[in-house]
Every structure is written in C-alpha cells, then in structure tokens.
Design a binder for this molecule. Structure first.
Ligand code: NAD
Length: 264
C-alpha cells in the first residue's frame, strides 16, 4: 500500500488552486492565518467587520504566492456568512470577542452576540462550505478554539460556553465529513500575543502596580508551565499543519498549544 504522504520529511504546504476563508482576518491570529495560507498559495477570502484592518492585510498580499480578497462582513449577519463560505476548500473559524463579567452582571444581549459570532456563525459557515468540499472530496475545517474550549475560568461564561460548543460542532463535523474527505479540528491556544492581550497586560500592570513582566508570569500565565505568550504565527503554523497532507488522518481532534496549562 502506498503512503498518503507526498514524501518523507517534506513538511511544506501547497494550497495552490485552493480557496480558503478566514474569519476575523483583520486581527491577531486570523491575520497570521490568512498570511500563512496565502503564503502556501491559497486564494484567501479574508472576512472581518474591520474594513481598515482588512485593507492593511491586503497590502501585504503582493509578496505572497497566493492572494487575499478582503470581504467586509459582520458575522452576526448569519445568512451572509453562510453565503460567503460557498466554494471554499479551507475554512478557518477564528473571529471572536470576549467580555469578562460575573454571570449575574453579564448582559444577556452580549451573551447572545458572543454565541452568535463564535458558535452559530461557524455552524453557518461550515454549512455553506461543505457542499463544495463534498463535491471536491477534500476540505479542511479548522476552528480556533482555546484552552477555554476545554477548561472554564470564572467570569467568562459566554466565551467558555461558545468555545465548548465549538468543540462539539467541530467533532460532529469531523464525523459527518470523514466519508467525504473533509477533516475538522480545533486549535486550542493559551494566551497569544495579540493587541487585546497586550492591552490587558498594560491595564493589569497599572491596576496591580506591578510590572508587565510580573502580570504575565503571575497573573496571565499563572497556570502555564512555559512563561511566555504564544505568537500568532505559531497558531498559524498549527493551522497550516492541519491543512497539510501530514494531517490527513487527524480529525475530530483538539490541538492544544498552551505551554503546559492543561497538563495540571
Ligand atoms: P482579535 O480581537 O485580535 O481578532 C478578532 C477578530 O475578529 C477582529 O479582527 C474582529 O474585528 C473580528 N470580529 C469580532 N467580531 C466580529 C463580527 N461580528 N464580525 C466579523 N468579525 C468580527 O482576537 P485574537 O486574539 O486574534 O483572537 C482570535 C481567535 O482566537 C478568537 O476566536 C479567540 O477566542 C481565539 N483565542 C485567542 C487567544 C488570545 O490569547 N488572543 C487565546 C485563545 C484563543
């Protein structure tokens, strides 16, 4: 029997001729994923509600093997989200938002928005993408979950609920997609160096009257064995791995990049 791998020790990713859709592509992790997939030759549909952020991303595309097509879209428009996913071979569900508040003070409207953007939109995007993937008998769905898809933290009810739901959606997609050549997986980062997290560092340093380094190691990374932030590009490499031939048997999995956080 021949190996499904192209050749031993050839970890490069070739997505020439493939279309990818990345949500939340104007920001930290999504932007890194869009650039990584375009570098691998994909035509990337970069979706976000942040138009200037998408323009800045598109400016980087000329140096890449593939291309980046910005699509300004608010993912709470679920019908538009489903339509946007038609014809994609690779789908990266990444867009997200966070509100930290005790449950009794958590605004129900925000809870609803978080679940809409981070769980219902991924469902609709998957729904929109699968017919083409099934036709081509190949597809890669990567859901950017979190350590919070596997563990809870106080005051993050909507985020933790959405990420746990995303884990279930991803596994169900894996079961349904398997006979059609479609894999579905989650990537589960710990804290990633994005503008959001860097702002949190500065805020907490001010609030606690300690240095940003101490906030990092004693507050944010208290449970992480490795005391550094993950870089968005490292998350993008995990996404690239899951899109490549080396990962064709990996489906329904959760690839944890948490510096040992969940090893406790
Ligand atoms: P980010 O805030 O830098 O980027 C999120 C992007 O999503 C933004 O560009 C934003 O405009 C977009 N977005 C939000 N709501 C939208 C909507 N309604 N319609 C369209 N676009 C919308 O965040 P990030 O840190 O890069 O996070 C990306 C993903 O990674 C999220 O799902 C997040 O939960 C997950 N994650 C982040 C971290 C971290 O430490 N930063 C850790 C684990 C998981």
């Amino acid at each position: 029997m021949t190996s499904p791998l192209p050749a031993p020790h050839t970890p490069s990713l070739d997505l020439g001729g493939r279309t990818a859709l990345v949500t939340g592509a104007a920001g930290g992790i999504g932007r890194a994923c869009a650039l990584r997939l375009a570098a691998a030759g994909a035509r990337v549909r970069a979706v976000d509600r942040d138009a200037p952020g998408l323009d800045a991303l598109a400016e980087r595309a000329s140096a890449l093997a593939g291309s980046i097509e910005p699509l300004v879209l608010d993912l709470t428009d679920l019908d538009a989200a489903e339509r946007a996913a038609a014809g994609t071979d690779v789908l990266v569900n990444n867009a997200g938002l966070q509100l930290v508040r005790p449950i009794e003070e958590f605004p129900p409207k925000v809870f609803h928005t978080v679940l809409t953007v981070m769980l219902e939109a991924p469902f609709r995007l998957i729904r929109g993408a699968l017919p083409h993937m099934y036709d081509r008998r190949w597809g890669r769905i990567v859901n950017i979950s979190s350590v919070h898809g596997l563990r809870a933290s106080a005051y993050k009810s909507a985020y933790v609920a959405a990420k746990h739901g995303l884990e279930g959606l991803s596994k169900t997609t894996a079961l349904e997609g398997a006979p059609h050549g479609v894999t579905s997986n989650c990537v589960n980062p710990g804290y990633v160096r994005t503008p959001l997290v860097e702002a949190q560092l500065a805020d907490q340093a001010r609030a606690h009257g300690i240095s940003e380094e101490r906030v990092l190691s004693e507050v944010l990374l208290k449970d992480s064995a490795l005391k550094r932030l993950l870089e968005p590009e490292e998350v993008a490499e995990a996404v690239a791995y899951l899109c490549g031939p080396q990962a064709s048997f990996v489906t329904g999995a959760s690839l944890v990049l948490d510096g040992g956080w969940t090893a406790h």
